[in-house]
Design a binder for this molecule. Structure first.
Ligand SMILES: N[C@@H](CCC(=O)N[C@@H](CS)C(=O)NCC(=O)O)C(=O)O
Length: 206
């Protein structure tokens, strides 16, 4: 299996989930400024949508859309902590969070805050909307280790990856003590550290 990724992009969620699930894969780095693979080929050669993540299966088939790849990986590994059994309400709760992260968080940050050409007024509105959503996360995380309870799921891999952009884009997390504690908790997981290290996102001790 091959994961086409760009450091700290939403592909990090898939990277984390694959490590959590113990799935073996190779990494192919993508330059998102140039939309090129490390081999120099255009990103469109593996995904006509011109975005990461892309998961290439051993059969050569390719999967796109982070929230869907995450579910596929958890099912493939049969890891019912990462994603509960089909038909269960617990699974729908994880999917509820996946959809929230995809539509309310991911697609607020990206493209609006990531793109330098976004007008200041738009950025301000986006920041206000994100603050309202972070307040929801913060409340939901009161007394809970992870989004759906005491188990880390694929929704946590996705939420962590996207909320982590706050550090890169100066979005203030100070008002959200539960959310900050959650980010630290997820960051300390061995699989998360391994994924971040492999993407060059950790300051390693010399
Ligand atoms: N709908 C896609 C969106 C993926 C996406 O936005 N990827 C970003 C990185 S986080 C990207 O590749 N952006 C490059 C671009 O928009 O040019 C998904 O949910 O996986």
């Amino acid at each position: 299996m091959k994961l086409y990724y760009s450091p700290a992009a939403c592909s990090l969620a898939v990277h984390i989930a694959a490590r959590e699930a113990g799935i073996r894969f190779d990494l192919v780095k993508v330059d998102l400024l140039k939309h090129r693979l490390e081999t120099g080929e255009p990103l469109t050669s593996v995904n006509r949508k011109n975005v990461v993540p892309v998961l290439e299966l051993d059969s050569g088939e390719r999967l796109t859309e982070a929230a869907v790849i995450l579910q596929w990986l958890a099912d493939k590994a049969g890891d019912r902590d990462l994603l509960p059994a089909p038909g269960s309400l617990e699974r729908v709760r994880v999917q509820e969070w996946l959809n929230f992260v995809a539509t309310e968080l991911h697609k607020s940050f990206s493209p609006w805050l990531w793109h330098p050409e976004t007008e200041e007024g738009t950025k301000k509105t986006v920041r206000e909307r994100l603050a309202a959503r972070f307040a929801i996360l913060d409340e939901e995380l009161s007394g809970r280790d992870y989004l759906t309870g005491d188990r880390f799921t694929v929704a946590d891999a996705y939420a962590f990856t996207i909320v982590n952009w706050s550090n890169l884009l100066n979005v203030d997390l100070k008002p959200y003590a539960n959310l900050r504690a959650y980010m630290d908790r997820v960051a300390a997981r061995p699989a998360v550290r391994q994924a971040m290290s492999a993407e060059g996102l950790l300051k390693e001790a010399a």
